[in-house]
Write a protein of this length. Structure first.
Length: 72
């Protein structure tokens, strides 16, 4: 398991996450709820060069490339 995952599900990590949520006025419906399921990060990065298009994603984000046809 990754270190951040371990921290987020530990008692100490849960306490820290709840404090962050309270500081940001996030609503927690249940004090015993696992706050780790409410946090995350996603990203999409696209690099366009004259020859190539590179695309990378992390988490639940996705990118879609569209092209206009010559006939409209």
């Amino acid at each position: 398991m990754f270190r951040m995952d371990e921290l987020m599900i530990s008692g100490k990590g849960q306490k820290a996450l709840k404090q962050i949520a309270e500081n940001h006025k996030a609503s927690l419906s249940n004090e015993n709820e696992n706050v780790a399921w409410r946090v995350g990060c996603t990203a999409v990065v696209v690099l366009v060069t004259p020859e190539y298009i590179y695309c990378a994603n992390s988490g639940d984000s996705r990118a879609v490339l569209g092209k206009v046809s010559q006939d409209g």
